[in-house]
Design a protein around this ligand. Structure first.
Ligand code: AMP
Length: 416
């Protein structure tokens, strides 16, 4: 398989799918350019090796062309980091002449791919009362025109690089379909390589014991991950609001805590599987509860199996943190996804912050630590620990699907 390091880019045009889906304020200024900075090493490498770049991305969720979602807002920032002038193609389907004229070292950015429905391959503008037949016909039509859309993008370049891990779980034109035009000239960028290596280290090649910590609000969004991880981990710590569905399933009293009644049977099945595998989910514990969902609510510490009416679980107790810390101190590979309390409120961010600190310490003594998922990434970053863990995954949904054991279309398209 080709890699950026081994491929000969001299005199070649590389079309690179990046994730420049950055947040913009009302003046169209970038408020967080992490994703742009992440892609720079890949882009620089192509230029250094004598290639030229055609950069493509989506931005937001436009329904068609719209100023608000234009990628022209990111041109100056790319120029700043690359140190090269960036040309712009105002229509990603009409860039033939600009692409053809590109010389080694030059850069062309294509306008937002999602200005076209063909990028995602989903019909737009269907009437709400459209019949099933009409929906089917519209879908078939967009799939058909998607072929021309992909072929056009592919025609601009000699090779294809996918460096957009954040959209690797989508089988879109630019993230998967385009790869077949470059059977011998396709590869991952450094962001993708890094993400794949980090998750594979945890899932397929961990130094044991392997411990996973899963938090967050809902069991329903993590079922697939829990099931896949139960086959791989030595320890699984379940935290956050998700715990209360399990507590209820065991016959406990959850008060006003967040709880998914329709997931009780799932929780029971997960507990049975964990027991069969000899994994202690450590679900029963003391917890910090509050008398309403606000930062300055009254609080007390109670057993999470017997939460009084009118009170709700908000944060893990110091006792739980101490127990988890023992497990983490004995682990050599640690994966963390999802906050362990309502960390958006400073008074209930203690256990989430404590976990960030535990992981930083574990990393220092040589454990491999992977943090992923928007909220836990925000927590380690806020605490200044992003550089103190082994890897921080930037691909929220893509990482979750990868952890479920699903082969992501964006990865498959490069590998096959
Ligand atoms: P998720 O998107 O499922 O990873 O959930 C993240 C959300 O879980 C964050 O907004 C947290 O505030 C929330 N969360 C964590 N613990 C609790 C809890 N005990 N009760 C309610 N929400 C929680």
């Amino acid at each position: 398989m080709n890699t950026i390091d081994t491929y000969d880019f001299a005199g070649k045009k590389a079309i690179v799918r990046v994730d420049f889906n950055v947040p913009l304020n009302e003046n169209f200024e970038i408020t967080d350019d992490t994703r742009i900075r992440a892609a720079i090493p890949t882009l620089k490498k192509v230029l250094e090796k004598g290639g030229s770049l055609i950069i493509m991305s989506h931005l937001g969720r436009p329904k068609g062309p719209a100023e608000k979602f234009s990628l022209k807002h990111v041109i100056a920032r790319i120029e700043k980091y690359l140190g090269v002038k960036v040309q712009f193609a105002e229509d990603c389907q009409k860039a033939d002449a600009q692409a053809a004229a590109l010389k080694p070292g030059e850069v062309l950015l294509l306008e937002n791919l999602r200005f076209y429905a063909e990028e995602e391959g989903k019909p737009r503008g269907l009437a709400e009362d459209a019949s099933d037949d009409e929906k089917k016909a519209a879908k078939a039509a967009v799939k058909e025109s998607q072929k021309g859309f992909v072929a056009k993008l592919a025609s601009y370049a000699d090779c294809y690089i996918n460096d957009a891990f954040g959209t690797a779980h989508r089988a879109h034109a630019s993230t998967a379909l385009i790869a077949k035009y470059f059977p011998n000239d396709k590869m991952f960028g450094y962001v993708m390589e890094g993400e794949i290596k980090a998750i594979d280290t945890v899932l397929n090649n961990p130094k044991r014991p392997l411990t996973a910590i899963l938090g967050g609000a809902k069991v329903s969004s993590k079922i697939g991950i829990i099931e896949n991880l139960l086959d791989k981990v030595d320890n699984l710590i379940i935290g956050g609001g998700m715990v209360y569905t399990f507590i209820k399933a065991m016959g406990g009293k959850v008060g006003n805590s967040i709880c998914e009644d329709d997931q009780i049977d799932t929780a029971k099945a997960i507990m049975a599987k964990a027991e069969a595998k000899g994994i202690d989910l450590m679900l029963r514990r003391n917890v910090v509860v509050a008398d309403n969902f606000s930062n300055d609510a009254n609080t007390q510490v109670v057993s999470n199996f017997d939460i009084p009416d009118g009170w709700e679980a908000m944060d893990a107790s110091s006792e739980s943190i101490a127990k988890w810390s023992k497990v983490i101190d004995n682990s050599n590979t640690i994966l963390w996804n999802g906050p362990l309390g309502v960390f958006e409120m400073p008074n209930f961010a203690k256990s989430t912050n404590a976990m960030a600190e535990l992981l930083a310490k574990a990393t220092e003594r040589g454990a491999y630590t992977l943090v992923g998922g928007g909220d836990s990434v925000a927590a380690v970053t806020q605490m200044g620990y992003a550089d103190k863990v082994s890897y921080v995954s930037t691909g929220g949904g893509a990482m979750l699907e990868y952890l479920e054991g699903i082969e992501l279309p964006g990865i498959k398209a490069i590998r096959e």
